[in-house]
Design a protein around this ligand. Structure first.
Ligand code: SIN
Length: 287
């Protein structure tokens, strides 16, 4: 059976069938997946069974991989893999509430990742979904006044504020001086022109966007809060209910995501994530 691309009820999510990601993929198959990815932002593959090497090899088709600023969560044997596990599998410290707030990955770096590929190894039978927000649709649905207000605006992103919130709540160790030195402000446009499609999308998130440059704190906080609340309205959101063996790959430039709660005493939730560096314009380069 050949590769199939089936849109789900949402406008930005497709399920890909007819492909075993554990096998080496030919260039035509990789290109078909890449095309589906640009067309949909979120791709879902069901029933996969990958070794760590195969997860890394599949991810590597889409660009160079990167780790994470908190090295404790990287798999020692494969540091390209971030382990999100409440049981701390593979010699990695347990990580609860890893992505349990709306965010796009690593926007606190000057060049944020283009995408991530999350593999569900052990998933709870209830809860622990991942929600995804379509930031193209969210931008397009804004009223003209708001679009004019945010056009050409720049936002500041930083990891420090998010990490310290977690550390103060006792959910993270105190940051090291090296980490604090690394976590500097970076700037990104509030409205990103997607390098593959040319479509505009909102590029702010609750996790790491700390302010909008040039606005007073009160105004900046209120605008960020309004943009984030707007983006996660039900009509823009897809909820992925995990089954073991699922792989979800998302375009990090045009989506936000958020893990939902589950009973962490009762259930294990272990996910492996690879993250693809922010190379942009692959479609343009290929054309
Ligand atoms: C992440 O934020 O990258 C992981 C989300 C999840 O665990 O559902």
């Amino acid at each position: 059976m050949g590769l199939s691309v089936t849109r789900t009820g949402n406008t930005f999510v497709a399920e890909i069938g007819g492909v075993d990601l554990a096998q080496p993929l030919d260039e035509a198959t990789v290109e078909a997946i890449r095309q589906a990815w640009w067309d949909n932002s979120i791709l879902v593959f069901r029933g996969q069974n990958l070794t760590q090497e195969q997860h890394v090899a599949f991810s590597g088709h889409f660009g160079e991989l990167q780790g994470h600023t908190v090295k404790d969560w990287l798999l020692p044997t494969h540091p390209e893999i971030l382990v999100l596990s409440n049981r701390g599998r593979g010699g990695v410290k347990p990580l609860e509430n890893g992505g349990a707030y709306w965010h796009s990955d690593i926007t606190y770096q000057a060049v944020p990742p283009m995408g991530s590929i999350l593999y569900g190894l052990t998933v709870p039978p209830e809860g622990g979904d991942t929600l995804y927000a379509d930031m193209h649709a969210a931008y397009e649905a804004l009223d003209e006044e708001t679009k004019a207000l945010i056009a050409d605006r720049v936002a500041i992103h930083n990891y420090k504020h998010r990490y310290l919130l977690m550390a103060e709540g006792g959910r993270r160790p105190d940051p090291t001086p090296e980490q604090l030195a690394e976590w500097q402000d970076v700037e990104h446009p509030v409205v990103l022109v997607h390098p593959e499609s040319g479509r505009k999308c909102l590029f702010v998130n609750e996790g790491f966007t700390v302010s909008i440059k040039g606005l007073e704190k009160e105004e900046s906080d209120a605008l960020l809060q309004r943009l984030c609340a707007h983006s996660v309205k039900p009509q823009f959101v897809y909820a992925h209910k995990w089954r073991p063996g699922d792989i979800v790959m998302w375009d990090n430039r045009s989506t936000m995501h958020c893990a939902t709660p589950y009973d962490a005493e009762k259930y294990e939730r272990t996910m492996h994530r690879t993250t693809i560096k922010g190379i942009t314009g692959q479609r343009a380069a290929a054309a």
